[in-house]
Design a protein around this ligand. Structure first.
Ligand code: FMN
Length: 317
């Protein structure tokens, strides 16, 4: 059994955090079920409107009395507006990655919401601790989505643990009980898992997306240059072939009107449209973010089954 993790005023019974996943992959049903299992369920807010996020939080809270978080990318123009909604709706945690925000800590003061910065280096982890974070999520190069490092988890984890006094939650390539055990041996006090939950029955990803995950081989998982100015890990498909071959000039047909979703967009393709297309089931023209180890997922499981798999059996934690 994993020891519970106290972060500020919140106690996580089973220190498994479901990674926030945009656009609309981790919504209320997934977050609520993770919270019901004793972990932290996280709504991926990036790409949602303010009222949409408010409704998702309310739905998650109506489905669970457990711990609910909201993940918002610092790189998006809506960052502060969505943050305000998360505070107004009194979620338990706000997680913020794809950039660093000092304002986040100021805005969170006296709200009762705990801030969990998502970092990928010792330096960013130390700044977070100085700014008042009660824990950090350390996301490594194996993770899905936008990446802040190419370093493997078990290369950077012990360095970050040694440099901090606050708990470190390990993210990137966690799929099996032995991965969790190893992370705890290296000093982590919790884990954040994305891809495995994106493939769960409760995930808001389309069935085509889930099938694509099940068929993916290790060599299908590639890094692309995201319009957000960071590397992004995704599964190779028609969109990615075009983005790679046409470079900055590729404009997919699906681009309707630019919603100026990113503070600084590289404009090599429209990431908002591409993520929405994938979430709706167009697995060839959409962007399917995925962790490096997606090939190890062999079946679609419910969240309850995922928790059971991660926590029990001879290798269980
Ligand atoms: C489909 C998908 C979407 C993601 N979206 C976000 C996001 O919106 N914000 C964020 O901070 N991280 C995002 N991530 C990263 C996850 O929250 C998590 O940290 C990461 O997936 C952990 O690695 P794993 O997939 O190997 O478990 C995303 C990951 C995936 C697979």
């Amino acid at each position: 059994m994993l020891p519970p993790l106290k972060i500020g005023t919140k106690e996580i019974a089973i220190p498994i955090i479901q990674g926030g996943m945009a656009v609309k992959i981790s919504t209320a049903p997934l977050a609520a079920e993770v919270a019901n299992q004793g972990g932290v369920g996280v709504i991926g807010a990036s790409g949602m409107g303010e009222e949409e996020l408010r409704q998702e939080i309310r739905e998650a809270k109506s489905l669970s009395n457990g711990l609910i978080g909201v993940n918002i990318m610092v790189a998006i123009t809506q960052f502060k507006n969505l943050l305000r909604v998360a505070f107004e709706e009194k979620v338990d945690f706000v997680l913020a990655g794809a950039g660093f925000s000092r304002d986040l800590f100021l805005m969170a003061k006296d709200t009762g919401v705990e801030v969990l910065p998502i970092v990928s280096s010792v330096k960013a982890a130390q700044i977070s601790e100085k700014m008042g974070a009660k824990a950090v999520v350390l996301e490594s190069g194996e993770a899905g989505g936008h990446l802040g490092t190419d370093k493997p988890l078990f290369f950077i984890l012990s360095q970050v643990v040694k440099a901090l006094k606050i708990p470190v939650i390990a993210a990137g390539g966690i799929l099996h009980p032995e991965d969790i055990k190893k992370a705890f041996r290296e000093g982590a006090q919790g884990v954040q898992i994305g891809t495995f939950f994106a493939a769960s029955a409760e995930s808001n990803s389309h069935q085509n997306w889930k099938d694509y995950y099940l068929q993916a081989k290790p060599e299908d998982v590639v890094l692309i240059e995201s319009p957000a100015g960071l590397p992004g890990r995704a599964i190779r498909n028609t969109l990615i072939e075009k983005v790679i071959s046409k470079g900055k000039r590729y404009k997919p047909k699906i681009v309707k009107t630019c919603q100026k979703c990113l503070k600084n967009c590289k404009r090599n393709f429209c990431i908002l449209d591409a993520l929405i297309l994938a979430q709706r089931g167009d697995v060839e023209n959409g962007l399917i973010f995925s962790g490096k180890r997606v090939g190890e997922i062999k079946e679609i499981l419910t969240v309850k089954e995922i928790f059971k798999k991660l926590l029990s059996g001879p290798e269980g934690c």
